[in-house]
Design a protein around this ligand. Structure first.
Ligand code: GAF
Length: 389
């Protein structure tokens, strides 16, 4: 999880001045996220429980009179520029610029008059680690353009717009969790989101008071076939819902699971359905425990979620399973992969005084198996997207 040195907001502001001269009108930040529990449930109209990370993407920007968007990013130290023609339809801007152009496209498609702008982007959210660097970029750009243009889009409607940029302009078939987390999370809370109607409840998640930490372990595993496998999991879930005659797998409860599984012919579809149905219930159980202030008791639910992702949804890889097993052996109260899968990060719930021991155990297990060394960082729930002052 290495990042350029110096404060990310200062880097964005300095990048703006270097590229364009003068000062940016403002800076807008959006965080990465981890999902505490509720994986691959969002596109099944189910439940998720993410929280925002302290690592953020910051956009420094000013408004321009013409319909042109010029964007510099510190990650590639590259400047791109696109005009109204490029955002008339999806696909014309590619690479990282597509996430920016996609937001302009989605705003225009929703009927907004988007101001031209110059933007400079800096980020501490690691790329390709499953911590929602894409949603952070989309959401920081969206916040900047809304403010610069004085556009009216209620916060609860912003995630769908950012998701549309990613689904349609970029072409990634993701659900609503990441953009919702990045935009709607609050410091100190996990976001209980019902992905069917997008209602939310802020659930207190006070790790310090409980003497606990969430350790995020970047498995450093390359995302093998992640895009194709993600789409395949979606198709299996849709096939399962169709075969069961429900709008989405969210409509099957744990009590109905056995009879639902008995009606499915295909063994693979049965496993996919079982993951989603039990995972929705684990989210509800986790929320109930957190509402009761029983933070340490959620550990077994986190681990059960991992087992379900490993055995039923089949989205883990050896590096990820190794990290979970090593963390649990070293005393973590629970551990699971977080995010879309096939690599990315593991989170472990640990006693504060066990953080270093758990991190060391995972590092040692990696060395033993010859895996690239993992990176580890303890995190607390941070704020969602905001303008910086
Ligand atoms: C990725 C997707 F972007 C989310 O929508 C969600 O489906 C997640 O994988 C799995 O829970 O982060």
């Amino acid at each position: 999880m290495s990042a350029p040195s110096g404060d990310v907001a200062e880097r964005a502001a300095a990048g703006f001045t270097d590229q364009y001269g003068g000062q940016a009108t403002g800076r807008w930040a959006a965080p990465g996220r981890v999902n505490l529990i509720g994986e691959h449930t969002d596109y099944n109209d189910g439940f998720v429980l993410p929280f925002a990370l302290p690592m953020r993407t910051v956009v420094a920007a000013d408004r321009q009179d013409d319909e042109r968007w010029t964007v510099w990013s510190e990650l590639s130290d590259e400047t791109i520029s696109f005009g109204a023609d490029d955002v008339a339809e999806p696909g014309r801007v590619t690479g990282w610029g597509a996430y920016v152009a996609g937001v302009v496209w989605a705003l225009r498609e929703a009927g907004h008059v988007v101001p031209g702008a110059r933007l400079a982007i800096a980020s501490d959210v690691p790329l390709g680690s499953g911590l929602s660097s894409s949603a952070a970029l989309e959401s920081a750009v969206l916040a900047a353009l809304l403010d610069l243009g004085g556009l009216d889009l209620a916060p609860e409607r912003q995630p769908r717009l950012a998701q549309r940029a990613e689904n349609v302009y970029v072409g990634a078939p993701t659900g609503i969790m990441d953009q919702s987390a990045v935009i709607r999370c609050r410091a100190g809370y996990a976001l209980f989101l019902d992905c069917r109607d997008e209602s939310v409840e802020q659930i207190p998640f006070d790790l310090d008071a409980a003497g606990l930490a969430v350790l995020v372990i970047d498995s450093r595993a390359p995302h093998r076939h992640a895009d194709g496998e993600y789409a395949a999991r979606r198709r299996s879930c849709e096939a399962g819902a169709k075969a069961l005659g429900v709008a989405a797998l969210r409509d099957v409860t744990v009590d109905q699971l056995d009879s639902a599984l008995a009606r499915l012919d295909d063994e693979e579809t049965r496993r996919r359905v079982r993951h989603v149905v039990t995972e929705d219930q684990r989210v509800l159980d986790t929320v109930a425990l957190l509402r009761a202030g029983r933070v340490r008791d959620i550990g077994p639910l986190l681990t059960a979620s991992h087992v379900s992702m490993r055995d039923d949804f089949e989205i883990t890889v050896p590096e990820i399973d190794t990290a979970v097993e090593a963390a649990l052996s070293a005393g973590a109260l629970g551990a699971r992969m977080t995010g879309g899968g096939f690599g990315g990060c593991v989170l472990a719930l640990v006693e504060t005084d066990r953080v270093e021991a758990v991190a060391a155990a995972v590092t040692a297990a990696y060395a033993e198996r010859g895996f690239t060394a993992p990176t580890t960082v303890p995190v607390l729930p941070a704020p969602g997207a905001t303008r910086l002052h």
